[in-house]
Ligand binder design. Structure first.
Ligand code: SF4
Length: 307
């Protein structure tokens, strides 16, 4: 929950989440929709999907007892090698190297490693360094200190080398290359996609559609989505057997994903007649306020707030 979100914001979410899902069995048995509902507002829903899937895996594969070894923890959904080692160190004092973004930066600077840390050759070198530095005992203290060093001293923008406990043998400091390391990601053109989303309104309610279990915004409730060039009236007739009138376009929304940029063209649509057979599972008519309480993608939530 704390990834990209401040502690003060997270606390009420955390308390509500734990009150509703007090242990791993409760979380594993809960329907995904309910988990997403309690995650709603934190964004990055993929983490909630993973948390739910990991709880199921712990119950099914490990008889509801969380595994202790980093290697086994890393087989759970959403948990990579570094996170697994951090969990094993903090929860069980196990010995294992971590290599999150902050630690990559510290090691790249301290050892003067060139190249983008996400590149496999550089990453392998950093893992080897991280492994070689592991102490024999007090793993928890060491791991926390390394994370804190990256988060508070060897920061990305303004490292405080004057206060750094490892400054005496830091290669980047010695060679005056602190600002140049770690090397940035090689520039790459980000693909661009565009979709039209429909704000279909009927008697004060808006139509929400549940997205499929795979792909972007998997399992979330969202506005119906069509090709930018598609005919809205024809689409609604074919998809819902509904008679609608296409309304005005709303301001365009730009949204950045890790691998592409999405331009969203929202359009108002008035439903004149809506046959009962279009009230299928996966479709919901909600007032704007009720819709805002659902598990929505962030840009769709922003759009509904402006209506
Ligand atoms: S001396 Fe500066 S660059 Fe080197 S590890 Fe410490 S804070 Fe980072």
């Amino acid at each position: 929950m704390l990834q990209q979100t401040q502690v003060a914001t997270v606390i009420p979410y955390y308390e509500r989440f734990l009150a509703t899902f007090p242990d791993v069995r409760a979380l594993a048995l809960a329907p995904l929709d309910r988990v997403l509902e309690y995650w709603s507002g934190l964004g990055y829903y993929r983490r909630a999907h993973h948390l739910h899937a990991a709880a199921k895996a712990v119950v099914e594969r490990h008889a509801a007892a969380f595994p202790h070894e980093a290697q086994t923890i890393a087989t759970l959904p959403g948990i990579g090698r570094s996170t697994a080692a951090a969990i094993a160190a903090f929860a069980f004092g196990a010995r294992g190297a971590i290599l999150d973004g902050n630690v990559r930066r510290v090691l790249a600077r301290h050892r003067g490693i060139d190249g983008f840390p996400g590149a496999s050759r550089v990453e392998a070198e950093l893992w080897a360094i991280a492994e070689s530095l592991l102490p024999e005992r007090e793993m928890e203290t060491y791991t926390q200190a390394l994370m804190d060093l990256g988060a508070t001293v060897c920061t990305r923008g303004s490292p405080r080398c004057g206060e750094c406990p490892v400054a005496t043998d830091c290669v980047a400091l010695r060679d005056d290359r602190v600002a140049a390391l770690p090397s940035p990601r090689p520039a790459k053109e980000v693909p661009q996609r565009a979709v039209r989303v429909l704000v279909i309104e009927r008697a004060g309610a808006i139509l929400l559609e549940q997205r499929s279990a795979a792909g972007i915004w998997a399992g979330l409730w969202s506005l119906p989505e069509i090709d930018v060039e598609a005919d809205v009236v024809r689409h609604c007739r074919a998809r819902y057997a509904a008679n609608v009138v296409a309304g005005p376009n709303l301001p365009v929304i730009e949204h950045a994903f890790t691998h592409f940029r999405l331009t969203i063209h929202p359009q108002r649509v008035a439903a004149r007649s809506w046959p009962l057979r279009a009230e299928a599972p996966g479709l919901l008519w909600l007032t704007r306020d009720d819709a805002l309480a659902a598990a929505l993608p962030a840009p769709i939530r922003k759009l509904l707030r402006t209506l």
